[in-house]
Each structure stands twice: as C-alpha cells, then as structure tokens.
Design a binder for this molecule. Structure first.
Ligand code: ZN
Length: 183
C-alpha cells in the first residue's frame, strides 16, 4: 500500500518523534507501517523514508539504496560520493554519533520537498546504535553516501530537515540542478 508523503510546512516534520518499545515494534500496526513505508519509498523512488514523512511521529525510518538507482549516476559521481548499494533495513530509536566532521558537501534532496536540491555538508562517517524491525539491537558503522542517508533520516526523527543544514545559496530546483550538472 502506498502512503501519502507529508510535505514541508506540516508541523509533524518539525516535531521530535516518539521512541518505540520492543513490544510495540513487533505489533501488527508497526509491521504494517514498515511494509507500507517500504512500498512508498520504492514508488517515490527514494533511498530513505522516515515515519514523520508519512504522518507518524515515531522514531523509525526505512532505508534502501538499490543498485538499479545507480544506473543513472555516472561512475565518477558514484565514486566521489562513495555511493554503494545498501540493502533494505529499518532503523528504530537511533542514536547517531558523527565519526568525522560534517565537511563533505554534496547536493541532496528530500521526498518532503519535491523538486528541490541543495548542498548539505555531512559527516563522511557515522556510527548508529538502534533497534531493527524485530526489536533487536544493532550497531551500524557507515561511510560515504550511506552515512549521508542515515544523517538525513535521523534528522527527520528530531524534527530537522536538510534546509536547516544546507548552504542556502546552493538551494535550487531539481531542473536547474540537472542543467548545472550538464555543463
Ligand atoms: Zn527527507
């Protein structure tokens, strides 16, 4: 099932989301929500989707960076961004630690601000302690583009959007960004 993605301006995107307890994680309601968020992320398509983006102020996000999405990205861009496929997984109640300064600057976008992009400096490497979709503890160490996805999604759970961290002069429509990339 596809869910409606909430756009910027909706107060739910600015709220700190509530943590889930392990029993709640295994409930039909949360398991259904995870499956529907997965469908919604694939349909968009996107590489991550946080629960507040579908109107649920809960501390979790789904992430997947499929190899097929990389076909439209040049080899040089993939290498520069350290972008590699990431399998589908769920992060719940995540705690993030930046293992490098937030000084890697690339354009990113957000499904809640369709049609726009901006340069956002992010840490190259992070550690995330969280629960998985079965409520089991998990530690993730990530670098490159995957580290960026984690920072972006976990920001959503804290009520933060990439525009809070962007280099504002770089803010651009997707169309103008694509034009600038062709030069
Ligand atoms: Zn987003």
């Amino acid at each position: 099932m596809l869910l409606k993605i909430v756009n910027v301006g909706d107060p739910i995107l600015r709220r700190k989301a509530r943590a889930l307890d392990p029993d709640e994680i295994r409930s039909a309601r949360i398991q259904d929500l995870i499956a529907w968020m997965r469908d919604t992320m694939h349909d968009a398509p996107g590489v991550g989707l946080a629960a507040p983006q579908v109107g649920e102020s809960l501390q979790f996000a789904v992430i997947e960076d499929r190899a097929e999405y990389h076909k439209n990205v040049s080899e040089a861009d993939l290498k520069e961004r350290e972008r590699k496929p990431v399998e589908f997984h769920v992060i719940i109640n995540p705690q993030i630690e930046l293992l490098a300064p937030p000084d890697v600057a690339f354009h990113e976008g957000c499904l809640s601000l369709p049609g726009f992009m901006a340069v956002v400096p992010r840490a190259r490497k992070v550690r995330v302690i969280c629960l998985d979709e079965r409520g089991k503890p998990r530690t993730i160490e990530a670098s490159g583009w995957y580290a960026r996805i984690l920072q972006h999604e976990i920001d959503h759970l804290d009520g933060r959007i990439y525009i809070d961290r962007m280099r504002s002069e770089s803010f651009s429509t997707l169309e103008n960004y694509q034009k600038s990339q062709k030069k």
